[in-house]
Write a protein that binds this ligand. Structure first.
Ligand code: NAP
Length: 256
């Protein structure tokens, strides 16, 4: 097996201050990339960046066009155009379908779908020019199958899979790959919040809910963020040039 060497590459990881995004940022940096991470909370971003000097911080909200434009201006002026863009920022608030407000619907689509697209879109032109690019969307198994009480999130994550497939076709001859990672339940702050809310509303213990979530994964355990990061790293390798337009489940494809 060859080691993936990302020396000379500049990567963007949205939502890099915690969970899966932090693991991806640290893994790409460990492989030699310069990494720019963004999110809304500067402190969380700085905690990730403190773990590897190749990681730089830009505070930005993926739902805010001006904020993303500023991120690109600052990051590219300092470290050059992005060779890799990972749209990982996301959030999930659960509600029964009849209780989903227009605001919750809009917020969920804004961060998980619209924000995912517009946080990578500005990277495309320079990738095309240089004939190399890796775009990775962190979707979810909720991008491929339904889950109850998160209809807006499921709709957004399905949208992300379609988006990756469409962009893959548009970039197929330009050395750019576009893929969606679809992890099952993964131990992150988002999952902890979901467990807390589900336990409170079902009046069950958090341990019970955690077990139920783990049981939903094919191998009946919660994933670690590092497992998603390893999949992202593989996609960034030069010899992954032929892998594009894929929805990649974690764990592996046949399990779902
Ligand atoms: N955990 C799971 O079981 C699981 C499974 C499948 C897929 N996923 C997906 O994995 C991705 C990462 O989630 P996670 O589990 O690692 O949860 P997390 O720790 O809550 O990470 C989400 C990150 O996104 C950032 N973020 C949220 N809204 C943002 C916005 N408007 N602009 C910029 N950044 C924003 C957050 O930072 P700020 O709050 O500082 O902005 C946070 O760092 C999400 O897309 C999620 O849907 C998670």
């Amino acid at each position: 097996m060859t080691m993936t060497n990302l020396a000379g590459r500049h990567a963007l990881v949205t939502g890099g201050g915690s969970g899966i995004g932090a693991a991806i940022a640290l893994t790409l940096a460990a492989a030699g990339a310069r990494v720019t991470i963004c999110g809304r909370r500067r402190e969380a971003l700085e905690q990730t960046a403190a773990r590897n000097r190749a990681i730089d911080v830009e505070t930005a909200d993926v739902t805010d066009a001006e904020s993303i434009a500023r991120l690109y201006r600052n990051a590219q002026a300092a470290r050059g155009p992005f060779d890799i863009a990972v749209a990982n920022a996301g959030s999930a608030i659960s509600a029964a379908a009849e209780n989903i407000s227009r605001e919750l619907w809009a917020d969920t689509l804004n961060v998980n779908l619209t924000g995912a697209f517009f946080s990578v879109q500005p990277a495309l032109a320079a990738m095309r020019e240089r004939g190399f690019g890796r775009i990775i969307f962190v979707s979810s198994t909720a991008g491929l199958k339904g889950y109850p009480y998160v209809a807006a999130y499921v709709a957004a994550k399905h949208g992300v899979v379609g988006l990756a497939r469409a962009l893959a076709l548009e970039t197929a001859n330009d050395g750019i790959t576009v893929n969606a990672l679809c992890p099952g339940y993964t131990e992150t702050p988002m999952l902890e919040r979901a467990i807390g809310r589900a336990a409170a509303s079902a009046r069950r213990s958090e341990a019970d809910i955690r077990d139920a979530f783990a049981a939903d994964n094919p191998d009946a355990r919660l994933l670690q963020p590092q497992e998603i990061a390893e999949a992202a790293l593989r996609l960034c390798a030069d010899d992954s040039a032929g892998i594009t337009g894929r929805a990649i489940t974690i764990p592996g494809d046949d399990a779902w």
